[in-house]
Design a protein. Structure first.
Length: 190
């Protein structure tokens, strides 16, 4: 027991100061209505982050964000950022593949339409009547025993080429001949 008192603690572990609630709640003899107290004489105080409980102990108030303490809110924000970064690349890939699939489906529809048109044209070209009409119109062929006639209407034939000009080329000016003689090497003799 003597060791505890030597260190300045009491058996209860609260130190040598013992105060009761009654002593704290009683007004001091200096607190009279005409005399200002020390608390009244001071100017504004900064709000404390600690509040007193009714038991007299100080309690620290923590700042909260959306009902979470600041540390938990920071951890939650970091997890959400990591999740967003993790999902960003697959989401971008998903949307780019959807756009590519839509473009390929459109291209396939166009190719199917082209294929259908080519099949119709092939079926048309296999028809003997179509072959005969094309041979007559394009190649000017006739069936055996028929006499071919070609009617030429004036103005329909191809225009005549323009007549050749009979003008002779004018000689180059003197300075062109001079420049040519300077820039080109002279022909070597035998």
């Amino acid at each position: 027991m003597t060791e505890r008192r030597a260190r300045g603690t009491s058996p209860g572990g609260r130190g040598d100061r013992r105060t009761s609630r009654a002593a704290r709640s009683r007004p001091s003899p200096l607190d009279t209505p005409g005399r200002p107290t020390a608390a009244k004489r001071t100017t504004r105080r900064r709000p404390e982050t600690a509040t007193r409980k009714p038991s007299g102990k100080l309690e620290r108030t923590e700042h909260t964000i959306l009902g979470l303490s600041t540390g938990k809110a920071v951890i939650l924000a970091a997890v959400l950022c990591g999740l967003a970064l993790t999902l960003a690349v697959p989401t971008r890939t998903y949307f780019s593949q959807r756009a590519e699939a839509a473009a390929l489906a459109e291209e396939r529809a166009e190719l199917d339409a082209d294929l259908a048109a080519l099949r119709d044209r092939r079926a048309q070209q296999q028809d003997p009547a179509y072959i005969r009409t094309e041979a007559r119109e394009r190649l000017r062929l006739v069936m055996p025993g028929e006499t071919p006639y070609i009617v030429q209407v004036p103005g329909i034939e191809a225009p005549a080429p323009p007549p050749m000009s009979t003008r002779t080329a004018e000689p180059d000016p003197w300075y062109t001949d001079l420049w040519r003689s300077i820039s080109e090497p002279a022909p070597e003799g035998p």
